[in-house]
Design a protein around this ligand. Structure first.
Ligand SMILES: *Cc1c(COP(=O)(O)O)cnc(C)c1O
Length: 385
Protein backbone atom coordinates (compact mmCIF):
# COMPACT_ATOMS: atom_id res chain seq x y z
CA UNK A 1 0.00 0.00 0.00
CA UNK A 2 1.39 3.42 -0.90
CA UNK A 3 0.50 6.22 1.45
CA UNK A 4 -1.02 9.31 -0.14
CA UNK A 5 0.55 11.63 2.42
CA UNK A 6 3.99 10.11 1.94
CA UNK A 7 3.74 10.60 -1.81
CA UNK A 8 2.50 14.20 -1.51
CA UNK A 9 5.19 15.21 1.01
CA UNK A 10 7.91 13.73 -1.15
CA UNK A 11 6.61 15.59 -4.22
CA UNK A 12 6.37 18.86 -2.30
CA UNK A 13 9.96 18.44 -1.13
CA UNK A 14 11.15 18.04 -4.71
CA UNK A 15 9.22 21.18 -5.70
CA UNK A 16 10.80 23.14 -2.83
CA UNK A 17 14.32 21.95 -3.62
CA UNK A 18 13.94 23.22 -7.19
CA UNK A 19 12.75 26.64 -5.93
CA UNK A 20 9.44 25.95 -7.66
CA UNK A 21 7.26 26.11 -4.54
CA UNK A 22 4.56 28.78 -4.78
CA UNK A 23 2.22 30.47 -2.38
CA UNK A 24 -0.64 32.98 -2.40
CA UNK A 25 -0.13 36.58 -1.31
CA UNK A 26 -3.08 38.26 0.35
CA UNK A 27 -4.19 41.61 -1.06
CA UNK A 28 -6.04 43.69 1.52
CA UNK A 29 -7.11 46.68 -0.60
CA UNK A 30 -9.20 47.58 -3.66
CA UNK A 31 -7.79 46.33 -7.00
CA UNK A 32 -5.68 48.95 -8.74
CA UNK A 33 -2.21 50.20 -9.62
CA UNK A 34 -1.46 50.61 -5.92
CA UNK A 35 -2.40 47.72 -3.69
CA UNK A 36 -1.84 46.66 -0.14
CA UNK A 37 -0.27 43.25 0.44
CA UNK A 38 -0.16 42.09 4.02
CA UNK A 39 -0.32 45.65 5.27
CA UNK A 40 2.28 47.10 2.89
CA UNK A 41 1.53 49.46 -0.02
CA UNK A 42 3.02 48.36 -3.32
CA UNK A 43 2.89 49.74 -6.86
CA UNK A 44 1.29 46.90 -8.75
CA UNK A 45 3.07 45.51 -11.82
CA UNK A 46 1.48 42.08 -11.47
CA UNK A 47 -2.13 42.64 -12.47
CA UNK A 48 -4.04 41.59 -15.60
CA UNK A 49 -6.38 44.53 -15.00
CA UNK A 50 -4.71 46.47 -17.83
CA UNK A 51 -7.25 49.29 -18.02
CA UNK A 52 -7.77 49.61 -14.26
CA UNK A 53 -11.44 48.62 -14.48
CA UNK A 54 -11.61 46.00 -11.72
CA UNK A 55 -11.74 48.73 -9.07
CA UNK A 56 -13.73 51.23 -11.16
CA UNK A 57 -16.79 52.56 -9.33
CA UNK A 58 -19.04 52.05 -12.38
CA UNK A 59 -18.28 48.33 -12.51
CA UNK A 60 -18.69 47.99 -8.75
CA UNK A 61 -22.02 49.82 -8.95
CA UNK A 62 -23.25 47.64 -11.85
CA UNK A 63 -22.32 44.50 -9.93
CA UNK A 64 -24.07 45.68 -6.74
CA UNK A 65 -27.21 46.66 -8.63
CA UNK A 66 -27.47 43.35 -10.48
CA UNK A 67 -26.85 41.44 -7.26
CA UNK A 68 -29.60 43.37 -5.47
CA UNK A 69 -31.98 42.77 -8.38
CA UNK A 70 -31.27 39.09 -9.17
CA UNK A 71 -29.39 37.68 -6.19
CA UNK A 72 -25.84 36.40 -5.78
CA UNK A 73 -25.99 33.14 -7.69
CA UNK A 74 -27.45 32.46 -11.13
CA UNK A 75 -28.86 29.20 -9.63
CA UNK A 76 -28.52 26.99 -12.69
CA UNK A 77 -27.01 26.38 -16.10
CA UNK A 78 -27.94 28.72 -18.94
CA UNK A 79 -30.31 26.21 -20.56
CA UNK A 80 -32.13 25.51 -17.28
CA UNK A 81 -32.65 28.19 -14.63
CA UNK A 82 -29.42 30.24 -14.95
CA UNK A 83 -30.20 32.57 -17.83
CA UNK A 84 -30.99 36.28 -17.37
CA UNK A 85 -31.40 38.99 -19.99
CA UNK A 86 -28.08 40.41 -18.70
CA UNK A 87 -26.29 37.44 -20.33
CA UNK A 88 -27.78 38.31 -23.73
CA UNK A 89 -26.88 41.97 -23.24
CA UNK A 90 -23.30 41.02 -22.45
CA UNK A 91 -23.09 38.67 -25.46
CA UNK A 92 -24.37 41.42 -27.78
CA UNK A 93 -21.87 43.90 -26.35
CA UNK A 94 -18.97 41.46 -26.82
CA UNK A 95 -20.03 40.62 -30.40
CA UNK A 96 -20.16 44.34 -31.14
CA UNK A 97 -16.73 45.01 -29.61
CA UNK A 98 -15.20 42.07 -31.47
CA UNK A 99 -16.98 42.90 -34.75
CA UNK A 100 -18.25 39.32 -34.85
CA UNK A 101 -21.70 37.97 -35.63
CA UNK A 102 -22.30 36.34 -32.26
CA UNK A 103 -20.75 35.71 -28.85
CA UNK A 104 -21.25 33.18 -26.09
CA UNK A 105 -20.32 33.86 -22.46
CA UNK A 106 -18.67 31.18 -20.29
CA UNK A 107 -17.90 31.04 -16.57
CA UNK A 108 -14.19 31.47 -17.29
CA UNK A 109 -11.79 31.78 -20.20
CA UNK A 110 -10.29 28.43 -19.23
CA UNK A 111 -13.68 26.74 -19.59
CA UNK A 112 -14.31 28.53 -22.90
CA UNK A 113 -11.05 27.16 -24.32
CA UNK A 114 -11.27 23.56 -23.16
CA UNK A 115 -14.98 23.34 -24.00
CA UNK A 116 -14.75 24.88 -27.46
CA UNK A 117 -11.75 22.83 -28.56
CA UNK A 118 -13.21 19.56 -27.34
CA UNK A 119 -16.59 20.34 -28.94
CA UNK A 120 -15.07 21.20 -32.32
CA UNK A 121 -12.55 18.42 -32.86
CA UNK A 122 -12.30 14.74 -31.97
CA UNK A 123 -10.44 11.49 -32.58
CA UNK A 124 -10.32 11.81 -36.38
CA UNK A 125 -8.94 15.32 -36.23
CA UNK A 126 -5.65 17.15 -35.83
CA UNK A 127 -4.63 20.09 -33.62
CA UNK A 128 -1.52 22.12 -34.30
CA UNK A 129 -0.70 24.39 -31.38
CA UNK A 130 2.07 26.88 -30.64
CA UNK A 131 4.38 25.32 -28.04
CA UNK A 132 3.95 28.36 -25.77
CA UNK A 133 0.14 28.19 -25.77
CA UNK A 134 -1.75 28.72 -22.51
CA UNK A 135 -2.49 25.66 -20.37
CA UNK A 136 -6.20 25.85 -21.25
CA UNK A 137 -5.50 25.41 -24.98
CA UNK A 138 -3.20 22.48 -24.28
CA UNK A 139 -5.67 20.77 -21.96
CA UNK A 140 -8.52 21.44 -24.40
CA UNK A 141 -6.49 19.50 -26.95
CA UNK A 142 -6.04 16.57 -24.56
CA UNK A 143 -9.73 16.49 -23.70
CA UNK A 144 -10.69 16.50 -27.39
CA UNK A 145 -8.73 13.30 -28.07
CA UNK A 146 -7.60 14.75 -31.40
CA UNK A 147 -4.00 14.09 -32.42
CA UNK A 148 -2.11 17.08 -31.05
CA UNK A 149 1.20 18.35 -32.38
CA UNK A 150 3.04 21.42 -31.09
CA UNK A 151 4.90 23.66 -33.52
CA UNK A 152 7.86 25.79 -32.47
CA UNK A 153 6.94 29.14 -30.95
CA UNK A 154 5.67 31.47 -33.74
CA UNK A 155 7.65 29.40 -36.26
CA UNK A 156 5.62 29.39 -39.49
CA UNK A 157 8.09 27.16 -41.32
CA UNK A 158 7.76 24.52 -38.65
CA UNK A 159 3.95 24.82 -38.75
CA UNK A 160 3.86 24.41 -42.54
CA UNK A 161 6.27 21.46 -42.40
CA UNK A 162 4.12 19.69 -39.81
CA UNK A 163 0.92 20.43 -41.75
CA UNK A 164 2.46 19.12 -44.96
CA UNK A 165 3.23 15.81 -43.29
CA UNK A 166 0.09 15.36 -41.17
CA UNK A 167 -2.86 17.33 -42.57
CA UNK A 168 -3.95 14.80 -45.20
CA UNK A 169 -4.36 12.02 -42.62
CA UNK A 170 -7.09 13.84 -40.73
CA UNK A 171 -10.66 14.98 -41.23
CA UNK A 172 -10.52 18.47 -39.66
CA UNK A 173 -7.54 20.46 -38.46
CA UNK A 174 -7.57 23.20 -35.83
CA UNK A 175 -4.62 25.57 -35.39
CA UNK A 176 -4.55 27.05 -31.87
CA UNK A 177 -2.55 30.04 -30.66
CA UNK A 178 -2.47 32.75 -28.01
CA UNK A 179 -2.61 36.12 -29.76
CA UNK A 180 -0.46 37.72 -27.03
CA UNK A 181 1.64 35.06 -25.28
CA UNK A 182 0.96 35.43 -21.60
CA UNK A 183 4.40 34.72 -20.16
CA UNK A 184 6.41 36.53 -22.88
CA UNK A 185 4.25 39.37 -24.18
CA UNK A 186 4.94 38.79 -27.87
CA UNK A 187 2.31 38.56 -30.58
CA UNK A 188 1.41 35.67 -32.90
CA UNK A 189 1.90 36.28 -36.65
CA UNK A 190 -1.85 36.41 -37.28
CA UNK A 191 -1.96 37.44 -40.98
CA UNK A 192 0.36 34.56 -41.93
CA UNK A 193 -1.51 32.11 -39.69
CA UNK A 194 -4.78 32.99 -41.42
CA UNK A 195 -3.14 32.42 -44.80
CA UNK A 196 -1.69 29.07 -43.76
CA UNK A 197 -5.00 27.99 -42.24
CA UNK A 198 -6.70 28.80 -45.53
CA UNK A 199 -4.07 27.01 -47.64
CA UNK A 200 -4.21 23.80 -45.58
CA UNK A 201 -7.97 23.86 -44.99
CA UNK A 202 -7.70 24.42 -41.22
CA UNK A 203 -9.76 26.31 -38.68
CA UNK A 204 -7.93 28.84 -36.51
CA UNK A 205 -8.61 29.37 -32.81
CA UNK A 206 -7.18 32.58 -31.39
CA UNK A 207 -6.89 33.13 -27.62
CA UNK A 208 -7.38 36.85 -27.07
CA UNK A 209 -6.99 36.85 -23.27
CA UNK A 210 -4.28 39.55 -23.18
CA UNK A 211 -5.35 41.39 -26.36
CA UNK A 212 -8.98 42.27 -25.78
CA UNK A 213 -9.20 45.88 -24.63
CA UNK A 214 -5.47 46.34 -25.19
CA UNK A 215 -4.80 45.92 -28.93
CA UNK A 216 -6.52 47.69 -31.82
CA UNK A 217 -7.96 51.17 -32.11
CA UNK A 218 -11.24 50.17 -30.46
CA UNK A 219 -9.74 47.51 -28.21
CA UNK A 220 -11.17 44.68 -30.31
CA UNK A 221 -7.86 42.81 -30.13
CA UNK A 222 -5.39 41.19 -32.48
CA UNK A 223 -7.63 41.02 -35.58
CA UNK A 224 -8.24 44.77 -35.43
CA UNK A 225 -4.58 45.46 -34.64
CA UNK A 226 -3.52 43.81 -37.92
CA UNK A 227 -6.34 45.50 -39.87
CA UNK A 228 -7.95 42.14 -40.68
CA UNK A 229 -11.58 41.03 -40.85
CA UNK A 230 -13.11 38.11 -38.99
CA UNK A 231 -13.81 35.09 -41.20
CA UNK A 232 -15.95 31.99 -40.84
CA UNK A 233 -12.96 29.80 -40.06
CA UNK A 234 -11.68 32.05 -37.26
CA UNK A 235 -12.75 31.39 -33.69
CA UNK A 236 -11.86 34.04 -31.12
CA UNK A 237 -11.84 33.26 -27.42
CA UNK A 238 -11.16 35.62 -24.57
CA UNK A 239 -11.59 36.28 -20.92
CA UNK A 240 -13.68 38.81 -19.03
CA UNK A 241 -11.22 38.72 -16.14
CA UNK A 242 -8.34 40.74 -17.57
CA UNK A 243 -8.83 44.11 -19.31
CA UNK A 244 -12.62 43.77 -18.94
CA UNK A 245 -12.21 43.82 -15.15
CA UNK A 246 -14.72 41.14 -14.16
CA UNK A 247 -14.85 37.34 -14.34
CA UNK A 248 -15.83 34.92 -17.10
CA UNK A 249 -14.87 33.99 -20.64
CA UNK A 250 -16.31 34.29 -24.13
CA UNK A 251 -16.24 32.83 -27.62
CA UNK A 252 -17.02 34.92 -30.69
CA UNK A 253 -17.55 33.93 -34.30
CA UNK A 254 -20.30 33.14 -36.77
CA UNK A 255 -23.90 32.42 -35.84
CA UNK A 256 -23.55 28.71 -36.61
CA UNK A 257 -20.49 28.36 -34.36
CA UNK A 258 -22.30 29.86 -31.38
CA UNK A 259 -25.47 27.85 -32.00
CA UNK A 260 -23.38 24.67 -32.25
CA UNK A 261 -21.57 25.41 -28.97
CA UNK A 262 -24.86 26.09 -27.19
CA UNK A 263 -25.86 22.54 -28.09
CA UNK A 264 -22.57 20.67 -27.94
CA UNK A 265 -20.14 22.38 -25.59
CA UNK A 266 -20.14 20.55 -22.25
CA UNK A 267 -18.31 23.31 -20.30
CA UNK A 268 -21.12 25.69 -21.26
CA UNK A 269 -24.10 23.32 -20.98
CA UNK A 270 -23.19 21.54 -17.73
CA UNK A 271 -21.96 24.39 -15.56
CA UNK A 272 -23.70 27.17 -13.69
CA UNK A 273 -24.23 30.41 -15.61
CA UNK A 274 -22.09 33.42 -14.79
CA UNK A 275 -23.44 35.22 -11.72
CA UNK A 276 -25.59 38.35 -12.19
CA UNK A 277 -22.95 40.53 -10.49
CA UNK A 278 -20.09 39.31 -12.66
CA UNK A 279 -22.22 39.54 -15.80
CA UNK A 280 -23.27 43.12 -15.09
CA UNK A 281 -19.74 44.31 -14.30
CA UNK A 282 -18.41 42.58 -17.45
CA UNK A 283 -21.10 44.35 -19.48
CA UNK A 284 -20.06 47.71 -18.03
CA UNK A 285 -16.36 46.91 -18.62
CA UNK A 286 -17.01 45.94 -22.25
CA UNK A 287 -18.87 49.20 -22.87
CA UNK A 288 -16.11 51.27 -21.26
CA UNK A 289 -13.47 49.55 -23.44
CA UNK A 290 -15.42 50.67 -26.51
CA UNK A 291 -16.17 54.21 -25.43
CA UNK A 292 -13.07 55.31 -23.49
CA UNK A 293 -10.15 54.95 -25.87
CA UNK A 294 -8.19 57.39 -23.69
CA UNK A 295 -7.61 54.55 -21.22
CA UNK A 296 -5.99 52.44 -23.92
CA UNK A 297 -3.88 55.39 -25.05
CA UNK A 298 -2.66 55.92 -21.48
CA UNK A 299 -1.85 52.22 -21.18
CA UNK A 300 0.23 52.37 -24.37
CA UNK A 301 2.08 55.49 -23.31
CA UNK A 302 2.96 53.68 -20.04
CA UNK A 303 4.11 50.57 -21.94
CA UNK A 304 6.27 52.69 -24.25
CA UNK A 305 7.75 54.63 -21.32
CA UNK A 306 8.94 51.49 -19.51
CA UNK A 307 10.29 50.06 -22.79
CA UNK A 308 12.22 53.30 -23.37
CA UNK A 309 13.67 53.23 -19.84
CA UNK A 310 14.79 49.62 -20.29
CA UNK A 311 16.49 50.52 -23.57
CA UNK A 312 18.22 53.53 -21.98
CA UNK A 313 19.49 51.30 -19.16
CA UNK A 314 20.75 48.83 -21.81
CA UNK A 315 18.53 46.08 -20.44
CA UNK A 316 17.22 43.71 -23.09
CA UNK A 317 13.64 42.75 -22.47
CA UNK A 318 11.95 39.92 -24.38
CA UNK A 319 10.25 41.02 -27.63
CA UNK A 320 6.83 42.44 -26.69
CA UNK A 321 3.91 44.08 -28.45
CA UNK A 322 1.60 44.09 -25.47
CA UNK A 323 1.18 45.24 -21.87
CA UNK A 324 3.43 42.38 -20.71
CA UNK A 325 7.14 43.23 -20.49
CA UNK A 326 9.59 40.53 -19.38
CA UNK A 327 13.16 40.89 -18.27
CA UNK A 328 15.11 37.64 -18.58
CA UNK A 329 17.31 36.71 -15.60
CA UNK A 330 19.98 34.05 -15.14
CA UNK A 331 18.14 31.55 -12.97
CA UNK A 332 15.35 30.94 -10.53
CA UNK A 333 17.14 32.17 -7.42
CA UNK A 334 18.20 35.38 -9.23
CA UNK A 335 14.58 35.94 -10.26
CA UNK A 336 13.37 35.49 -6.69
CA UNK A 337 16.10 37.82 -5.39
CA UNK A 338 15.20 40.64 -7.79
CA UNK A 339 11.49 40.29 -7.17
CA UNK A 340 12.15 40.45 -3.43
CA UNK A 341 14.36 43.55 -3.82
CA UNK A 342 11.63 45.29 -5.82
CA UNK A 343 9.08 44.37 -3.21
CA UNK A 344 11.22 45.82 -0.41
CA UNK A 345 11.37 49.03 -2.44
CA UNK A 346 7.58 49.12 -2.85
CA UNK A 347 7.00 47.40 -6.21
CA UNK A 348 5.11 44.21 -6.94
CA UNK A 349 6.61 42.42 -9.98
CA UNK A 350 6.60 38.65 -9.85
CA UNK A 351 9.39 36.20 -10.63
CA UNK A 352 8.07 33.83 -13.30
CA UNK A 353 10.01 30.57 -13.25
CA UNK A 354 9.98 26.99 -14.43
CA UNK A 355 7.84 24.97 -14.80
CA UNK A 356 5.54 27.81 -15.92
CA UNK A 357 8.18 28.97 -18.43
CA UNK A 358 11.42 27.39 -19.70
CA UNK A 359 13.63 30.24 -18.41
CA UNK A 360 13.26 32.57 -15.41
CA UNK A 361 12.19 36.17 -15.80
CA UNK A 362 10.69 39.17 -14.03
CA UNK A 363 7.32 39.96 -15.55
CA UNK A 364 5.92 43.51 -15.54
CA UNK A 365 2.23 44.01 -16.36
CA UNK A 366 1.44 47.56 -17.28
CA UNK A 367 -1.77 49.40 -16.38
CA UNK A 368 -3.49 52.50 -17.75
CA UNK A 369 -3.71 53.77 -14.19
CA UNK A 370 0.04 53.72 -13.46
CA UNK A 371 1.40 57.23 -12.95
CA UNK A 372 4.51 58.24 -14.88
CA UNK A 373 6.48 58.45 -11.59
CA UNK A 374 5.47 54.88 -10.71
CA UNK A 375 7.26 53.68 -13.81
CA UNK A 376 10.28 55.96 -13.41
CA UNK A 377 10.65 54.96 -9.76
CA UNK A 378 10.37 51.28 -10.66
CA UNK A 379 13.30 51.62 -13.03
CA UNK A 380 15.38 53.54 -10.50
CA UNK A 381 14.69 50.97 -7.84
CA UNK A 382 15.55 48.14 -10.24
CA UNK A 383 18.93 49.69 -11.05
CA UNK A 384 19.94 50.33 -7.42
CA UNK A 385 21.50 47.34 -5.74
C1 LIG B 1 -5.89 34.04 -18.28
C2 LIG B 1 -5.85 33.25 -19.51
C3 LIG B 1 -6.86 32.35 -19.84
C4 LIG B 1 -7.93 31.94 -18.85
O1 LIG B 1 -8.83 32.93 -18.59
P1 LIG B 1 -9.66 32.87 -17.22
O2 LIG B 1 -10.88 33.68 -17.50
O3 LIG B 1 -8.78 33.47 -16.18
O4 LIG B 1 -9.98 31.45 -16.95
C5 LIG B 1 -6.83 31.74 -21.07
N1 LIG B 1 -5.84 31.98 -21.96
C6 LIG B 1 -4.84 32.84 -21.68
C7 LIG B 1 -3.79 33.09 -22.70
C8 LIG B 1 -4.80 33.49 -20.45
O5 LIG B 1 -3.80 34.30 -20.15
Amino acid sequence: MSSLNEYLKKSLNTIKKANWYRQEQTITSLSGSIIQIEGKNLINFASNDYLGLAGDSRLIEASLEATAQYGTGSTGSRLLSGHRDLHYQLESAIALLKQSQKALVFSSGYLANIGTISALVGKKDLILGDEYNHSSLKNGGKLSQAQTIDYKHCDLQDLVAKLSINRANHRHCLITTDSVFSMDGDLCPLPELIEIAHKFDCWLLLDEAHSTGVLGKNGAGCVEYFGLKTTDNLIQIGTLSKAVGSLGGYVTGGEALIDFLRNRCSTWIYTTALSPGDTASALMGTKIIQTESSRRQKLWSNINLLKKLFTQAKLNILPSESAILCLPVKNTSQALKISKKLSLNGFFAPAIRPPTVPTSRIRFSMMATHAQEDIENLMESYLIN
